[in-house]
Write a protein that binds this ligand. Structure first.
Ligand SMILES: [Zn+2]
Length: 273
């Protein structure tokens, strides 16, 4: 926790910058080892995430098809186990404690979507199941979404949005005195406001990072990563004039499949191990 006193603003501001720099220097994305700019404390992000996730569940109809629900949980748990192993192998074991995994299937055949909030809170919509077709297809989606959470892409997007919104205001002041602002930004980034699931699109960089890490996660969970290619081809065919939510937040140009092909070899090493 960063303490703040108005009369010592300059000094504190300087130390906040130092802390920011320290956090920035330390924040590394697993696998790609990219340095990422993110500074929202895990504790704050997780409490927002857990609270908003239960809100979404309350407002949604959960599937009562036991076969499908069990499939979502089975795939989810295998991907979760793989991601915790992967964090330990990447010397990021301190992150493992932040995950309170939960996998829910929301009944809505019109919504072709799935997402993972910070701390491993996952929702899959029944509308995406015809495209995933089987467990391996679902593992592509789950691996990709969990990869966004593992790489903390949401924190990075929120950090960027906070900097824009704050202008000159001190970060520590904003985080402690303006929880509403942080919450509002969280809602925007994760799309949990009035229109559930209308998330801000990820950047190209975040997408390709989530694809690459996701392939490794599914491979470690013993799902064939080569199946990612036909899945994204099915997704692209579903595109057209009104692309599904999953495609509008996950822009999928032809180059995506080309990029995935270049990373299959890396993932296959984990699959064969
Ligand atoms: Zn994505």
């Amino acid at each position: 926790m960063i303490s703040f006193k108005k009369e010592r603003g300059c000094l504190i501001h300087g130390s906040v910058l130092l802390i920011l720099f320290f956090l920035f220097a330390c924040a590394t994305v697993p696998l790609t080892e990219r340095k990422s700019f993110r500074f929202i404390p895990d504790s704050q992000l997780l409490s927002l995430s857990f609270q908003q996730y239960s809100e979404v569940l309350k407002k949604s109809t959960l599937s009562n098809d036991p076969m499908k629900v069990q499939m979502v949980r089975r795939v989810g748990e295998r991907i979760a186990k793989a991601s915790e192993e992967f964090l330990r192998e990447s010397k990021m074991e301190e992150d493992v404690k932040n995950y309170k995994w939960e996998f829910n299937l929301i009944e809505d055949d019109k919504v072709v979507n799935a997402w993972c909030m910070p701390g491993g809170k996952v929702a899959v919509y029944t509308g995406i199941l015809p495209l995933t077709q089987d467990e391996t297809g679902l593992a592509v989606v789950m691996g990709h979404e969990v990869a966004h959470a593992m790489a903390k892409h949401g924190n990075e997007r929120m950090s960027q949005a906070l900097v824009v919104q704050l202008g000159g205001m001190s970060l520590s002041l904003a985080l402690s005195k303006e929880p509403a602002l942080t919450q509002q930004i969280f809602m925007g980034v994760y799309g949990v406001g009035s229109q559930v699931g209308v998330m801000l699109p990820y950047s190209r960089l975040h997408e390709s990072e989530a694809d690459r890490i996701g392939l490794v996660l599914m491979a470690k969970a013993k799902y064939d990563p080569r199946e990612a290619i036909p899945f994204w081809e099915r997704m692209n065919q579903k595109g057209g004039s009104r692309p599904p939510e999953f495609l509008s937040t996950h822009p999928a140009p032809e180059t995506r499949i080309k990029d995935i092909k270049t990373h299959i070899g890396e993932a296959m090493k984990y699959y064969r191990d």
